[in-house]
Design a protein around this ligand. Structure first.
Ligand code: GUN
Length: 285
């Protein structure tokens, strides 16, 4: 029988730490840390994510502004907005909600964000720091959330075999770097991996970030493993992870549910990155 890892509860604990640190920051510097989120277009899921980020900021004492731009926004207009926020000394963190409408080049646009304000950790400058093993750079929020879950649950990472399924820029690749920095032995699998189950069965820590419900089944998981499910796919209005939870839970595993696992940690790590960015900017002043 498995054991559930309660991401909601871990998230609550960390948010309470962030709230205290934010209050101390505001006391010391006379202004709150502030996040600016740019939302382009009308994607319903993105709207919900952005609204949740905004609420979470306010609950922890972090200032938040949301800039909504129309679906047909021209690239130069969006870039000018980013430049304006880079120059605004009251803004500490900038996030461009993804995906952007098709006519906008995400990689190009993200590069205009000042790396010191890049709370998504997606600029080339921040990826390079992560690749170099820098432990206090701004790293992408979801992978950071996965590491925090493992640490808060007291799961040993050093020397363990971590298998990641998925090689995205937002999760798989940066997570591989973070796990390496924690001295795990890391394998990254993806859609072309042959005999995926043979690889995942060797994992002490198995992380799936693909977006394919039911991909990971009981026979793909070793007894005693920790299973972190980053997948989120909406099926008939319900959120489903990549892991076939019911069958895997029959085994001796620790496992994050969907919803209530990694999800709440992503926003928590965004709050953490915003606070960290604000602290780093004040130290530089
Ligand atoms: N869309 C889904 N997840 C994310 C994220 O972590 N950052 C941004 N900017 N957009 C997203």
């Amino acid at each position: 029988m498995g054991q559930i890892i309660d991401g909601k509860n871990i998230s609550k604990l960390i948010r309470s730490e962030i709230k205290d640190r934010t209050a101390a920051f505001t006391d010391r510097y006379g202004h709150e840390p502030k996040l600016a989120v740019i939302l382009v277009g009308e994607d319903p899921a993105s709207k919900i994510y952005v609204s949740n980020k905004h609420k979470a900021c306010l609950q922890t004492g972090i200032g938040s502004i949301v800039i909504e731009m129309s679906e047909d926004t021209e690239e130069t207009v969006l870039i000018d907005k980013i430049k304006e926020l880079n120059e605004d000394s009251t803004v500490n963190g900038i996030l461009v909600q993804l995906p952007l409408p098709k006519h906008l080049n995400e990689k190009k646009i993200i590069e205009y964000i000042d790396p010191r304000k890049d709370v998504d950790g997606l600029t080339l400058a921040n990826s390079a720091l992560l690749y170099n093993g820098n432990t206090d750079c701004l790293a992408p929020c979801t992978p950071r959330g996965v590491i925090e879950i493992l640490k808060k649950e007291g799961i040993k990472i050093s020397g363990k075999h971590a298998v990641i399924v998925g090689r995205s820029m937002l999760v798989g690749k940066p997570l591989a770097m973070l796990l390496l920095n924690e001295n795990a032995t890391v394998t990254v699998c993806h859609s072309r991996t042959e005999d995926l189950g043979a690889v995942t069965r060797t994992a002490d820590i198995l992380i799936s970030a693909v977006g394919r419900p039911g991909l990971v089944k009981a026979e793909d998981v070793k007894d005693g493993a920790t299973v972190i499910d980053v997948g989120t796919t909406r099926v008939d209005g319900k959120l489903r992870g990549d892991v076939d939870f019911d069958s895997v839970f029959e085994k001796d595993v620790r496992i994050t549910p969907v919803p209530g696992g990694v999800g709440p940690m992503t926003i928590t790590m965004l709050l953490m990155n915003t606070l960290q960015a604000a602290e780093m900017q004040e130290e530089e002043r």
